[in-house]
Each structure stands twice: as structure tokens, then as C-alpha cells.
Ligand binder design. Sequence first.
Ligand SMILES: Nc1ncnc2c1ncn2[C@@H]1O[C@H](COP(=O)(O)OP(=O)(O)OP(=O)(O)O)[C@@H](O)[C@H]1O
Ligand SMILES: [Mg+2]
Length: 222
Amino acid sequence: MENFIEIKNISYKYNKGRTIFDNFSLNLNCEESTVLTGSNGSGKTTLTKLIMGILKIQSGEINIMGNELRNLTLGRTGELIGYVYQYPERQLFAQSVVEELTFPLIFKGVTKEEANLRAQNLIEIFSLEKVKNSYPSFLSYGEKRRLAIASVLMNQPKYLILDEPTASLDAERIESLSSVLDNLKSEKIGILAISHNKDFIKRHGQRLINLEGGKIKDDISL
Ligand SMILES: Nc1ncnc2c1ncn2[C@@H]1O[C@H](COP(=O)(O)OP(=O)(O)OP(=O)(O)O)[C@@H](O)[C@H]1O
Ligand SMILES: [Mg+2]
């Protein structure tokens, strides 16, 4: 199995904070979707931000598709790996839901027609039809989360990292998200999801990693 993400002997400590990772290693591939669990403060979000390069490792190495992360721009990493924040309002910037979805693509040179087509498809999948002209800040938490997930899927990433994707979604919306994830899995898009939701873990945790105090406590393939 080829690794999509290789984390080798990394260390990380927050400014004025305590050491979160000390000589930590982990490989992730696209063949099995991985769920990361662990108690509050165990380092789950920190780990995903280090993978994205949003936080910088202090020693060790992270490779994405064989490229050293430090040689990739944040933008390039974001194209390869779609990242949905634990608090999705932090990644919403545009004036409307449609613009939130289409603007980054049009900016990159994708045609307006193609961007609108992809956006409309995701608006339907994530039941955002009613709010498609609304200002993203005014959406409900569940709508914001669905919009944040839809907006990273607009980029058609090769790997997807989701930090607590089911938080604030009702059962029906979790089901729609789950079927989107099943489709991505069948297209060999790798998934790393942080979750405590038992049903979600059962459905998507082909590999289950339990992180405690910045160390891997369990790593099981199911
Ligand atoms: N900006 C920061 N500065 C200093 N310490 C931080 C910062 N962000 C997080 N921490 C600390 O790092 C540790 C790991 O935090 P992290 O957010 O990665 O945990 P988590 O496993 O995602 O927790 P949760 O389940 O609550 O989301 C915690 O003890 C937290 O207090
Ligand atoms: Mg977290």
C-alpha cells in the first residue's frame, strides 16, 4: 500500500504551550478511510493542522505524495488535501453560498460554467438549495458545516481531512454526508476523519486510530 501522507519523527510544541508531539510517526494511505479518535486535548486537531502545513513542525518530516511538505505552498497542499476545520465558520469568506463555492475555482481559471455546474451538484447533495443566495455567516451551524465540506470538494482533492464532520448535523444530513464519503472512497480518495460518533466510526473507520497525549494508543484495521 502506497502512503499518501508520511509523518516521520515529528515534534511540535505550541508557543508558550506544552509539547504536543515528540518523535511522532504515522503513515496514511488512500485505500482505507481512517477515523481518528481520542479525548479532548489529545492533539487530533493539531495533527491535522501540521499535515496541512497550517502549523509548522519543529523537527522531523512530513511527505505528501512523496513531496516534502516544506517544499509545497499552502495553496498546493490545499489542492491535494481538502481540509474541513473543526469550526467551519473560520473558512467561509464570500458574500453568498454560490460565490463561496465558485469564486476560488474561477479565480484559479476554471470556467464559470464548469464552476457553476460543480456548485449546483454539491448544493443539491448537501441540501443547500434554500440558502444558496444567503450570506454564509447567517447560515445555521449545520448549514455552515455542509457548505464548508462542499467548498473543499469543489477542488476535487485527492485526499480529504475532516475535523468532527458530523458535529451539528442531524441524522438525515449525516446520512447524506456518509453517502458522499462512500462515493469518494469508491473513487479512491483517501479520508481522515476525526470523530467520536459511533455510527460514523462503524461506517467509515476502516482503520481506527486512538490518540492519547500526542501518542498513538491503538491503530486497528477493521
Ligand atoms: N494555539 C494554541 N496554543 C497553545 N496550546 C494550544 C493551542 N491550540 C491547542 N493547544 C493545546 O494543545 C492540546 C491539543 O489540542 P488539540 O486542539 O489538538 O486537541 P484535540 O484532540 O483536537 O481536542 P478536541 O477533542 O477538544 O477537539 C490541548 O491541550 C490544547 O489546549
Ligand atoms: Mg479538535
